[in-house]
Ligand binder design. Sequence first.
Ligand code: DLL
Length: 432
Amino acid sequence: MSKKFWDEKFETMNESGMKAFQLEKLKETVAWVYDRVPFYKNAFDERGVKPSDLQKLEDIAKFPFTVKTALRDNYPFGLCAVPISDVVRVHASSGTTGKPITGPYTAEDLDQWTDCMARGLWAQEVRPDSILQNAYGMGLFTGGLGFLQGAMRIQCAVVPSGAGMTERQIMLIQDFGTTALCCTPSYCLTIIEKAEKMGVDLKKTNLKTGHFGAEPWTVEMRSEIEARSGIHAYEHYGLTELMGPGVSFTCEHYKIHINEDHVLPEIVDPGTLDPVELGEEGELVFTSLQRRAMPMIRYRTRDICTLRREKCECGRTLVTMDKILGRSDDMMIISGVNVFPSQVETCLMEFEQVEPLYQIRLGKKGYIDHITVEIEVKSAMYQAGQGKLDELAKSISHRIQQVIGINVPIVILPQDTIERSIGKAKRIIDER
Ligand code: DLL
């Protein structure tokens, strides 16, 4: 019988053991950056804190936050704590505007990242006899190589298919007998839709598990993927600034466990920046514990989330996080109500006539923001006539009004109009 945990010691460590380990690593990390990165030295000095002020884990709250602009201002290697001769790989975020965020790694950083990935994939049923098709973008994006490395450490067969060329993905799934599929959830839906159009029933292939992440997706979207493909849809979360994927992963009970021996999570109120209690929602903040090339101190992710320390049936003691509600950058304020795309997604997914595809058009009427939600519907519905479509649009609007409390017009677009995602889906079209 194969082992249950990849790294039993850390995955099942008791809370006091983990806290002691974190404190030791945290002390090392703050001293490491203070001595080597002028940005951190200045930031700590300005705040009047020194590495020696860190005596207990809670003391982390005395230290300054790091925000994305600090990475941009110090692009590309200003926050690097090692000479470039010690760097063996540099990844970067896809960043749609401006310069990307860089993620340099030492050989040891890469090794640890690989282990975090193997830990997650192992928890998600990947074994040496798995055939893992990796349809994350290969290249600067951390998804492709991150999953490749983790899967290679488990020594399963990796098919680095990369993102896109969807028909070929489906051919490979069939011909190679792929058992595990890695990609964004929205790309998985694109694959599912294409397979259905090609008359391929994914449930009849060897596909068993999906390893999805890199974008917000709701539980309802996960159920849709599972129902249409027969895949058990697992999740990974992470960001370039910290290591890429590998920050956290779901177990078989859909609990998202954080590799807290590598990253120290906090939740803060995004307005006041005060720490909030476990179980309360706020912005996720992480401090690296073991990285050497570019450790992050109290990095504000802008991801809105809740942390929980509850017993998980899987046996892991690693702290868990809820699914990400959304990025604070994507939060819209409509008629005074804070709205995340994921809340709209949850409402849409209640309607089985609706395709799991949508975009939110954000505009301005005078000084006030307003949104229109554009969707596609299943072909039988689309052909049912305008009267039925109008009725459906009204029901969806009504549901959104009930749940979110805002009045949103729904526009049903002709079929195949919304761009199919091969990576991170673009949900908001900002026309303000
Ligand atoms: O998306 C790393 C990754 C690759 C994670 C593959 C999982 C799988 P970035 O491109 O730097 O890195 O984007 C990071 O994506 O701050 C979140 O807003 C979002 N994100 C990542 N994973 C999830 C997830 C990669 N599971 C940003 N759920 C993060 C919700 C996610 N959002």
